[in-house]
Design a protein around this ligand. Structure first.
Ligand code: NAD
Length: 173
């Protein structure tokens, strides 16, 4: 598990609760964050860089919740080291880089999944099911609005931070 800031601990909790997962390594550039979560994972190794995770040969898959601007390079490194990757949204910060990561995953026969959380939201799934069943007819217009301020980020703007959620929902519908 790489990235134990605000969101990563939610993913880590899910890994901890999944009997099919063994969390082998906790990774964060901030040692304070590492120590905070180490007590829940006494058997996990603590490392400060994704490079150290990539170098491990005993790890099958990596969950990445680091800042968005780092995703492209880190995902490429992990795929090239033979790991399956679940990366938080956005996959990368350009379409070109995103496409090349998808290609890389295909060429290496690795799983590359983006954390489009809302695709697993019961309300979103219900609307999709109603569209599939035809009860809603053919949607002609879908309007998405973000009405509360949320967290102000310095690394990516609101479009890169929030629109991936709405676009993933629209594509699923
Ligand atoms: N799916 C969702 O609903 C959802 C919600 C919030 C955030 N996110 C996504 O999760 C990702 C992380 O967001 P966040 O809010 O937790 O950010 P954050 O800044 O709170 O946490 C990032 C963590 O990564 C660590 N880090 C930074 N550089 C690193 C490096 N080179 N190697 C290892 N660790 C490093 C930082 O020390 C920090 O602990 C973002 O991509 C964001 O878009 C998704």
């Amino acid at each position: 598990m790489c990235g134990l800031g605000q969101w990563g601990p939610n993913l880590l909790r899910n890994l901890r609760e999944n009997p099919d997962c063994e969390v082998a390594v906790l990774c964060d550039a901030d040692s304070t964050r590492l120590k905070e979560f180490a007590e829940f994972h006494p058997d996990a190794d603590l490392v400060s860089s994704v490079e150290e995770v990539a170098a491990r040969t005993d790890i099958e898959a990596v969950v990445l919740a680091t800042p968005a601007g780092l995703h492209g390079a880190q995902v490429a490194l992990l795929l090239n080291s033979g790991k399956d990757v679940l990366v938080e949204k956005p996959l990368a910060l350009t379409v070109q880089e995103s496409r090349s990561l998808v290609e890389l995953a295909r060429s290496r026969s690795r799983v590359l999944m983006v954390g489009h959380t809302f695709l697993f939201n019961p309300a979103v799934r219900q609307v999709r099911s109603e569209i599939e069943k035809g009860t809603l007819g053919t949607p002609k217009l879908i309007l998405a609005q973000r009405l509360s301020l949320g967290r102000i980020r310095g690394d990516v703007n609101a479009l890169w931070n929030l629109a991936p959620h709405d676009i993933s929902i629209l594509l699923a519908w």
